[in-house]
Design a protein around this ligand. Sequence first.
Ligand code: ASP
Length: 326
Amino acid sequence: MRRVFGVLVAALAMVSPVGAAEWSLALHGGAGVIERGQYAPGEEAAIRRALGDALADGQAILERGGSAVDAVEAVVMALEADPHFNAGVGAALTSAGTAELDAAIMDGATRRAAAVTGVTTTRSPVALARKLMATGPHVFLAGVAADGFGRAHGLAQVENGHFITPARRRMLDEMQKGGATAGFDLHLRFGTVGAVARDRAGNLAAATSTGGLTGKAPGRIGDTPIIGAGTVAENGACAVSATGSGEIFIRARAAGQICDRIRFGRQSAKAAAEAVIADIGALGGDGGVIVLDARGRVVFAMNAPGMYRASVTAGGRPSVKIFADE
Ligand code: ASP
């Protein structure tokens, strides 16, 4: 199966037309087993609408000359608030039935970055990461300290139950009944959200937010909040947001490896993304990445059957896709 997906990688990497984009934006809503016919009536349309609406939020910011950082934060906040995705409301649950949320954001112009992990009460983990990036001096806060920082800076706080949906509770129950290993069943793993953008000033940014893997151990940290694994942005190189088997993305240094291949290896974003997805596959992992190169060209690459994704570039039409063969 994995070999089949590996062969598909080349066909699934899509690149926007050559030439520097005035601005561009791409998002993902997670990768995994996403197949035609699996949705309840109206659900597929609702997911497409949610992806399109989040894209429009970021597009509006970039069109009026706003920053790439503002755009990726707005896109990820919109997806966090939507229960269809594994971030914020609708997050995958730990083996203890709680939501522990991870998020990261990076500004490619300054290479300022920040991340939070084990967030349990701050309504928007990506807004928390953004606040930490703005205030410094730390780049990574965990657990009660991260939520405490959010509270001290006036970010909205909620009960942990705010993030927990019946669908995610069912997934955890099914997993625990079946004795499956946390999140390594692709059917249980999709919905992490992320965005990459290039603004009119040519600056890149990336942001990612997740509940992690269904049935993960409390305290487990995935790739999402690790700068250079699940999230990275570096002007002159690329911006990346990843989704997939986090342990493998960390070991592959996925996002950083893509930018290094582009910057130092002089590879195209498409070649770099495909090589790293192949590397992930070789290590036994699955997932996908969204990549923008320095000129704002968009690449999606994956070795999973589907990835919620959308993109738009100045002067172009928004595109929203779910299945691998779209
Ligand atoms: N990468 C995320 C994690 O391992 C999960 C996902 O993207 O589905 O936490």
